[in-house]
Design a binder for this molecule. Sequence first.
Ligand code: COI
Length: 356
Amino acid sequence: MSLTTIPTIQVEKVTTSRIQEVDFDNLVFGSVFTDHMFECDFVDGEWQKPTIKPYGPLEIYPSAKVFHYGQAVFEGMKAYKDDAGKVFMFRPVDNLKRINKSSHRMAIPEFPEALFFDAMHQLLEMDREWIKPGLGNSLYIRPFVIATQNGVSASPSNRYKFMIILSPVQAYYQGEVKVIIAENFSRAADGGVGYAKAAGNYGAQFYPTNLAKEKGFQQVIWTDANEHKYLEEAGTMNVFFRVNDTLLTAPTNDRILDGITRKSVIALAEKAGIDVEVRRVTVDEIVVAAKNGSLKEIFGAGTAAVISPVSAFSYKDETYGLQDQKDSFAKRFKKELTHIQHNLIADPFEWRYVVC
Ligand code: COI
């Protein structure tokens, strides 16, 4: 969506920052939020009254459609600070495109690109002290849209709220990541909303993921809903398999999120001359590869998770461990990606976006 004129963002600053209360060395992912947030309402067919104000509670009626029909989408992005204090984002245009694609699928109006970037610049500038330099530190950016029309008729809302909140973060996973391959539950079906960052896609995973956690596994790798034969994605990240020196990952489709970290890993791998096969990967071939020793690595890729190596997977009650690799692809991609994000190396792909 484009606008001929961008509405001016009204700004209300906090009187006292909360930053002194935060222990930046011990952050639990997504639990601390910065001083300010962005809010803009869709009313009478247009996005209006964009505002940056102190982070705080919303006043919203219990009949708002988001509570009843889950009409809500979100994004995950990050900002980074280099040692000179410059602030960057990573491929933010892709996130804007994706939230609008998700919105389209959920019958939510798209958000204008110019207003999105104006909001992002002003918000990050105002809360720039919350972005700490150094590898491992970043500011997680959570744009989201919710349906705010009052009324429980099962139809799309005619009012929405677009917001951006910011959370200083370190690692998403503390410690090892062990996964279970789904045999019964499904995340997404053909023709459904799996590719969208629709809130319900994530909520629906909590119960099966809790069952996995009870068995000592942190995540589920979802398989196709028809046969549970093909590996698709994990709860918070896309997945890669290294068999010998070939990297395998599922193609994106209407069930799988078009991950920005995923496509960045593919680009890095191809540039390094690594064989990449983007194709349907069967559970059986990965089990066979684990048994014959050719499965070297599994890792997840996502904005929050960055690159998270998987130390073991379970399938049909059998657990298969993965050994650390000296020439680990996961470590290599994580290093390259985070060094690009923190402005420590050249950025041949032009992924870095200077904010301020
Ligand atoms: C992200 O990587 O930004 C995600 O969307 C994962 C999130 C559910 C924590």
